[in-house]
Design a protein around this ligand. Structure first.
Ligand SMILES: Cc1ncc(COP(=O)(O)O)c(C=O)c1O
Length: 475
């Protein structure tokens, strides 16, 4: 008889719908040989998105530095033999070879060694420059990002967990999260023993954030004895896909200032805009010094889609003082980071490449831009196909501009006695399309679909979905 063990109740009780019962059933059906289209998670390369050549070539050379000299030697042989069937494009360009050498030199002894706990300094410096460029901060100015306040992490999930772990000090400490939300937040708040405080973006107004909705959530939770420490904002949104307008961003800052809260800005979809405008919290915060900001970014999304490489960063602005301790907040984050020694080195280098794309002058730049635009325009085309299909489904309503990688439509005509879980399960069984029901993100009568499968797959499955839907809701 195996022995029993008492485990952390918080982990036992936490939920994570994107890998929950519907995806589990989908995996089972796949095992049984059924054709399943996984739209339950934003994992672009799992659905066929090609990695960018530029970053993958650099990473491969950094992993095996001897390849750099070998590439050059082979290329020289080729240049000396005009009859060779090979062409110039068959070789990794000199620009990539020398960039890889440069990056390798910056790592010191290569990527097999632990890095600083905050992450490689050269990567943090490049991130600071990226933020300054993105937000128009003059490099030496007061607003300029500081490499000292940037931490490399194993993806944005790791960054979010670190911040929540530090801010949740007592069982009564609460963190406000949008509903619907990405379950990383509800699960982590549960894991660290805090209180999840829901606030509700205005669905019918492009999921805008309104001050009264924030105040209502705050007042109710405070009256119930919760001490709210922070507010999480996901922009562009997951699961909604919505891009926040500037007014909403300022509304959150004013609200956080009024109540002494920190802002956790999850900005991992900042490149997935399809013509929409992204305003970072760092930029909107400007000279404001009273509101602590933790902003997160990742290599998993945008046009990189390098989810498996686990890279990302946390930038801190206006770090709060720690009650009852002399230690600074950045030093505390460093202490926390040092327990895991460092974020994985390849994820750090990927993050470096994300924030320092190839220089304009070189040939690599052109290819990079072409690949980037292809990924983003494909995503937009796929989103447009899905949106057009919704129009043919009775009572399927979708709000907000297209952003991130998702739609979160409302199922406003579900038959009596059924819910969004039943709908998604039946959709899976009948069409092989794996989505996640809205309840998994905290909002009933909705579903989330990641618009990531290939256009061919969508063209094949969408008519079947429309037929299923209209039959299901009108039965
Ligand atoms: C809003 C949001 N934040 C964070 C993450 C996690 O990103 P990472 O792979 O960098 O941990 C995701 C992943 O889908 C996400 O949608």
């Amino acid at each position: 008889m195996p022995s029993t063990v008492q485990v952390n109740q918080n982990i036992l009780e936490m939920e994570y719908a994107v890998r929950g019962p519907i995806p589990q059933r989908a995996a089972k059906l796949k095992e049984e040989g059924k054709n399943i289209i996984f739209c339950n998670i934003g994992n672009p390369q799992a659905l066929g998105q090609k990695p960018l050549s530029f970053s993958r070539q650099v990473i491969s050379l950094i992993e095996e530095p001897a390849k750099i000299a070998r590439e050059r030697a082979i290329k020289e042989l080729f240049e000396e033999s005009p009859a060779s069937p090979l062409r110039e494009e068959d070789f990794i360009s000199e620009e990539i070879l020398s960039l890889s050498e440069k990056v390798l030199a910056k790592t010191g002894k290569g990527v097999g060694a632990y890095t600083e706990s905050k992450g490689y300094f050269f990567v943090r410096e490049a991130i600071a420059e990226f933020i300054n460029r993105r937000d128009g901060f003059a490099p030496a100015s007061d607003l300029a990002a500081s490499p000292e306040q940037i931490f490399l992490t194993d993806g944005a999930s790791d960054a979010a967990k670190r911040v929540l772990d530090l801010l949740i000090a007592k069982k009564t400490d609460g963190v406000m999260i949008p509903i619907p939300q990405y379950p990383l937040y509800s699960a982590s708040i549960k894991m660290f023993g805090g209180v999840q405080v829901n606030y509700y973006p205005d669905e019918e107004h492009d999921w805008a954030l309104k001050r009264n909705a924030l105040e209502n959530a705050y007042t109710k939770a405070t009256q119930e004895g919760t001490k709210i420490k922070a507010i999480v904002v996901i922009n562009p949104g997951n699961p909604t896909g919505a891009i926040l307008d500037v007014k909403s961003v300022h509304e959150v800052i004013a609200f956080a200032k009024a109540h002494g809260l920190a802002i956790i800005a999850d900005e991992v979809y900042q490149e997935n805009l399809y013509g929409g405008e992204f305003v970072s919290f760092a930029k909107a915060l400007g000279e404001e010094k009273d509101v602590p900001l933790f902003s997160l970014h990742s290599i998993s999304k945008g046009f990189y889609g390098e989810c498996g490489h686990r890279g990302g960063y946390l930038e801190v602005r206006n770090p709060p003082r720690i009650e009852g301790a002399e230690m600074g907040f950045i030093d505390l984050l460093l202490k926390q980071a040092s327990v895991s020694l460092c974020a994985n080195s390849i994820g750090q280098v990927m993050t470096y490449l994300m924030v320092s794309p190839p220089e304009k002058e070189g040939g690599v730049h052109q290819k990079f831009i072409a690949e980037k635009e292809k990924v983003l325009s494909d995503l937009y085309e796929k989103a447009t196909m899905v949106r057009a299909a919704f129009k043919k489904m009775d009572g399927m309503e979708v709000f907000g501009k297209t952003g991130a990688m998702y739609f979160f439509p409302r199922l406003s005509k579900l038959p009596e006695g059924t819910d969004d879980f039943d709908y998604c399960m039946a959709l899976l069984e009948e069409t092989g399309l794996c989505t996640v029901n809205g309840s998994g993100f905290g909002l009933k009568n909705h579903l989330r679909i990641a618009f990531l499968p290939s256009k061919e797959q969508l063209a094949e499955v969408l008519p079947r979905w429309i037929a299923f839907h209209n039959r299901y809701v009108n039965r």
